[in-house]
Design a binder for this molecule. Structure first.
Ligand SMILES: Cc1cc2nc3c(=O)[nH]c(=O)nc-3n(C[C@H](O)[C@H](O)[C@H](O)COP(=O)(O)OP(=O)(O)OC[C@H]3O[C@@H](n4cnc5c(N)ncnc54)[C@H](O)[C@@H]3O)c2cc1C
Length: 426
């Protein structure tokens, strides 16, 4: 890495790829590129991976990618809970049982893996490799482009002291999440779709001895509460509220919220009353979906949530982010080896992954309808029939495989890990 101090205007770094955002997508891609011999500068706005809560259910497809990268065992050793599958319950009666035990081992379960454990393990693996530069506490401020329609040649990122650092790169990867600044700076529309009628309020309680080994969705009249075990000896709870319902809940105050929660989850009422004492114990997830029309431009790629965002139903976001990284890796390595990181060369990544993201969106819309739908006795009968099919038949096993591994799952191209000659034009 060359570093050129430039006085008041900060430093200039030269790298092959500048990845914005050290979430699952950005870190996994960084590790793959480093192992292929590329230089990567990773820019992350938070420090010490202290990010807001971001969910932790990891599907088998994502587990497989982490395993292929050799980081799954280390991440789970930091603490994780193994879960057998998803269950939907109505008044303690199991309506739907998606049993991952029907899948092929070792990827025959879900993992509740706290994101810091996953991210720290990926970061530790990156730190072992040459060519890695981490700019923590830095935010993207601008893309380096002569004109808005000319190729991207890097990014300007601002540190905690607001001193800019210019990162010159052959490609900038926007992996900065659902409110991606990289995407906004490129003038790419997020393609937001308000497909879901509910937001989710997340919290967790210490609950030793109360593990269920499942992700359970307790269905009530027009609402649902999700509960799963998490590390260490805790239950993670997601309470769904109609869009806009949070403002009313805040007005009513924490005491009222505790009573409402106790009503939908009577079995955990004591834990909620003891441990949820202020609004600061709750995190609101504004649930929406998005799908950007353009994921690749000359010298620029969008990855993970910045390209497509999903609702929380079926826990697909981390899975998709990791699979995106695995699909982008060979495309990027090939394009850089030829010194041609153009939209045309990067397009196979979008061509492969956009259908996978679109398939998840379609599935989530259907799942939301069946989870929250009313519709009277006829609709309830049809829902029960559909649930019986998923629970008991081979079609159900096929659906479970799709949910667990995704549409066209990408594996890690470990054959590209030996150091590769790169045509460096910088
Ligand atoms: C509350 C909640 C619960 C969820 N539960 C689940 C679940 O159980 N299972 C599941 O699979 N998915 C879940 N998701 C979705 C999942 O977290 C995301 O799909 C996944 O993290 C996407 O990974 P990513 O790397 O693309 O983006 P992110 O994980 O969002 O990472 C983006 C990174 O970019 C950084 N960043 C943002 N802006 C800038 C900037 N301007 N400059 C520099 N860095 C920046 C952020 O700090 C962050 O580290 C949940 C999401 C939320 C919010």
């Amino acid at each position: 890495m060359r570093q050129t101090p430039t006085g008041d205007t900060g430093a200039t770094l030269d790298t092959d790829v500048c990845v914005i955002g050290a979430g699952p997508a950005g870190l996994a891609l960084t590790l793959m590129l480093l192992r292929s011999g590329l230089r990567v500068t990773l820019v992350e706005r938070s420090t010490a991976l202290r990010r807001e809560f971001h969910g932790e259910i990891l599907q088998p497809g994502g587990q497989r990618i982490l395993d292929e990268l050799g980081v799954l065992a280390g991440a789970t050793a930091r603490g994780a809970a193994r879960l057998r599958g998803f269950q939907v319950l109505e008044r303690e009666r199991v309506l739907l049982d998606i049993d991952y035990g029907r899948l092929r081992a070792p990827y025959d379960h879900l993992l509740a893996l706290p994101q810091p454990h996953l991210l720290e393990e990926l970061l530790a693996a990156c730190r072992e490799l040459p060519g890695f530069t981490l700019l923590e506490g830095h935010r993207i401020a601008a893309l380096l482009q002569k004109r808005p329609d000319s190729p991207c040649t890097g990014a300007v990122v601002n540190g905690p002291d607001r001193v800019p650092v210019t990162v010159r790169a052959q490609v900038v990867v926007g992996a900065d999440g659902r409110f991606s600044k990289t995407r906004a700076l490129a003038g790419i529309d997020a393609g937001r779709r308000d497909s879901f009628a509910h937001d989710v309020v997340w919290f967790s309680v210490h609950a030793p001895g109360q593990a269920t080994g499942q992700v359970r969705v307790h269905r009530g009249e027009g609402s649902a509460v999700l509960v799963h075990d998490t590390h260490p000896d805790r239950l993670r709870i997601g309470w769904t509220l109609p869009h806009g319902g949070w403002r009313g809940a805040v007005r009513r105050g924490i005491e009222d919220i505790r009573w409402e929660l106790a009503e939908v989850l009577p079995q955990y009422a004591d834990l909620v009353h003891e441990q949820i004492t202020s609004m600061a114990d709750l995190t609101l997830l504004d649930v929406f979906a998005s799908h950007a029309g353009e994921w690749v431009r000359d010298g620029l790629v969008l990855l993970g949530d910045s390209a497509h965002t999903h609702g929380p139903i079926g826990a697909q976001g981390i899975n998709l982010a990791l699979q995106d990284a695995a699909a982008l890796h060979p495309v990027l390595v090939g394009a850089l080896a030829d010194g041609e990181p153009t939209a045309r060369r990067l397009a196979p990544y979008q061509d492969r992954r956009a259908p996978a993201a679109a398939a998840v969106h379609r599935m989530q819309v259907m799942q939301a309808r069946s989870l929250f739908g009313g519709g009277g006795p006829a609709a309830a009968f049809l829902r029960a029939r559909a649930a019986a099919v998923v629970t008991r038949t081979p079609i159900g096993a096929k659906i479970t495989r799709k949910v667990a591994h995704g549409h066209d799952p990408a594996g890690v191209r470990t054959d590209l890990f030996p150091v590769l000659h790169v045509n460096r034009s910088l």
